[in-house]
Design a protein around this ligand. Structure first.
Ligand SMILES: [Zn+2]
Length: 301
């Protein structure tokens, strides 16, 4: 591995550096463990931003969720480690796959449902590079002296969600099923299910050690306690809505109750006021649909 000074800073501790590429895209590069880095863009208001995780070592680069940042990610990493990208892991299908490393021979790894969705044109980006290595429930990569465990979650945010656990570094990338600032939601066109998101958070809490560093799909680094807080909020919200469904209330009647008010700080924008469509996911509508009917067949594989 080549470790270079970056604008006068040598990246040897848990410090941040800011890197702008030739196109002016600014990425914040944070070292979270000896060989694990997180890259995220510097616009705090961009709620659609995504974190990319990079494992850097003698074998080259392994990236998680490089997404639309393909060229900027590689530019930002160049001063730290100018190594070829060997693996790109996608933790769900509703992201843009990295095309440049694939052209350079990188292996794109994802759950088999992600490949199926891309092939069937049933996800966000039908021009995305197809995963070339897929798995069903678990896959372990031994790379850069790290043990990288990919574990499929129950269907929730999407039907292809996996977590990527760097066992030695004790760092996990959770992908879009978790955001350290707001409740995450499910993506209908990616085969997601709101009730399954609760199960995903339960599984993550059961699997991971208490002191693991958590890199969400979006937002700053989090802890197991952050996941616990989001999990409890979603469980309480589901139960509150289910109680009204059990009483035979209609969606509109429940919307009129301001039922989501207790979780307003965890919801995007003012969606909590009506629980209706607005800025951010429609949690009330999503739970109501999942509690009262089967998944929409149009979005199933
Ligand atoms: Zn997503």
């Amino acid at each position: 591995m080549r470790m270079l000074a970056l604008a006068g800073i040598v990246l040897l501790g848990p410090i941040a550096a800011t890197v702008a590429n030739a196109q002016g895209a600014k990425l914040d590069v944070q070292r979270v463990a000896a060989s694990v880095y997180v890259l995220h863009d510097l616009d705090p208001n961009d709620l659609g931003s995504h974190n990319t995780v990079a494992l850097i070592g003698n074998d080259g680069l392994l990236l998680v969720n490089a997404q639309e940042w393909d060229e900027p990610v590689l530019s930002a990493l160049k001063p730290i480690a100018d190594e070829p990208v060997r693996y790109v892991i996608e933790t769900q299908c509703d992201s843009v796959s990295l095309e440049a490393p694939q052209r350079a021979g990188a292996t794109i790894v994802a759950h088999e449902n992600v490949r199926k969705r891309f092939k069937a044109g049933k996800c966000f980006n039908d021009k995305a590079a197809l995963p070339t290595l897929t798995f069903d429930s678990e896959l372990t990569l031994h790379f850069d002296a790290e043990v990288v465990r990919l574990i499929k979650l129950p269907t929730g945010h999407s039907d292809g969600d996996v977590i990527v656990y760097f066992e030695k570094a004790n760092v996990v990338a959770l992908g879009d099923m978790f955001d350290s600032r707001y409740l995450s939601g499910y993506v209908k066109y990616a085969g997601g299910n709101m009730l399954g998101l609760n199960e995903q958070l339960h599984k993550v809490l059961a699997l991971l050690p208490e002191d693991v560093k958590i890199i969400p799909g979006s937002g700053p680094e989090g802890s197991v306690n952050d996941v616990r807080r989001m999990s409890k909020a979603l469980d309480d919200m589901r139960d509150a809505i289910a109680a009204q469904v059990a009483k035979g209330k209609t969606l509109q009647q429940i919307r009129d109750m301001n039922l989501l008010q207790p979780w307003k700080d965890l919801l995007l924008g003012d969606v909590w006021r009506s629980g209706g469509p607005g800025r951010g996911p429609d949690y009330l509508g999503a739970y109501f649909a999942c509690l009262t009917g089967p998944p929409d067949p149009k979005f199933q594989l």
